[in-house]
Ligand binder design. Structure first.
Ligand SMILES: Nc1ncnc2c1ncn2[C@@H]1O[C@H](COP(=O)(O)OP(=O)(O)OP(=O)(O)O)[C@@H](O)[C@H]1O
Length: 246
């Protein structure tokens, strides 16, 4: 039997914005059902990569496939993906439940039973009839996560899902990510919070100046460097000035 196709494959992926190189010749493979921690300093090209993989922008050159579909085929890719950007796209004037029903309707997945079960699963049912504008940041983040999961995507993209959350809300979001990953969904997790990656990621990729400068399991990355090294030590090491940096 053939092994299943990877959840994400990029080959020679390149993005330039009027002369500025954001990603350069990126080759990336993310196996199905894994949590991929996508790290890199500010300006490394993480958001640009996520925007290409979620079909919000097009590459300058190279190819990318998500859940087996080319990112050139937007309609095919969006069926398979969920995306929680740093600021969840929510309407303040809707209630939590209306927000989810609205998005489910837009996607043509008018499965109100699923909306209710997700509200229940993420402890949002008691607040579901309150307007989003009254929600705390943590509740908005949870609602954004539920919204990204409504159509049971194969690949979930998360951009800084725990930033700005208090420890309890961040824990809830981390637990949710673990739960989603346990249910065979591939999670592409971009964050600056390294302990979150250490806790959740099966594989880590470190982007620096548009290039992948390290890739492996957290254990592989910390092996071979000084005993007791953490992912933070590895991150700081591989993202210091590279000899061939542009
Ligand atoms: N729309 C744009 N127009 C011009 N340059 C851009 C645009 N978007 C990103 N860039 C540039 O591309 C490079 C990569 O940016 P990107 O936002 O992808 O990095 P990032 O790793 O997500 O950074 P951060 O962690 O700060 O969010 C940067 O030099 C940035 O200034």
């Amino acid at each position: 039997m053939c092994p299943p196709a990877p959840a994400i494959v990029t080959e020679g992926l390149t993005k330039r914005y009027s002369g500025v190189s954001a990603i350069a010749d990126l080759d990336l493979t993310v196996p199905r059902g894994s949590v991929f921690g996508f790290l890199g300093p500010n300006g490394a090209g993480k958001t640009s990569t996520i925007r290409i993989l979620t079909t919000l922008t097009t590459p300058t050159s190279g190819t990318a496939r998500v859940a087996g579909e080319s990112v050139a085929d937007r309609a095919a890719v969006v069926e398979h993906i969920g995306f929680l950007p740093e600021e969840p796209p929510l309407y303040d004037e809707l209630t939590g439940r209306e927000q989810l029903e609205y998005v489910a309707g837009l996607r043509g997945h008018e499965d109100w039973g699923r909306v209710e079960s997700l509200l229940d699963r993420f402890d949002l049912d008691e607040d579901a009839d309150r307007r989003v504008e009254t929600y705390s940041k943590g509740m908005k983040q949870k609602l954004g996560l539920v919204q990204a999961l409504l159509h049971d995507p194969d690949v979930l993209f998360l951009d800084e899902p725990t930033s700005g959350l208090d420890p309890r809300a961040a824990r809830t979001v981390r637990d949710t990510i673990s739960e989603v990953a346990a249910a065979e969904t591939t999670v592409f997790l971009s964050t600056h919070i390294l302990p979150v990656v250490e806790e959740l990621a099966d594989t880590v990729g470190v982007l620096y100046d548009g290039d992948l400068v390290a890739e492996g399991t957290p254990a592989e990355l910390t092996e071979g460097v000084e005993t007791g090294s953490t992912l933070e030590d590895v991150f700081l090491d591989v993202t210091s000035e590279q000899p061939d940096a542009r």
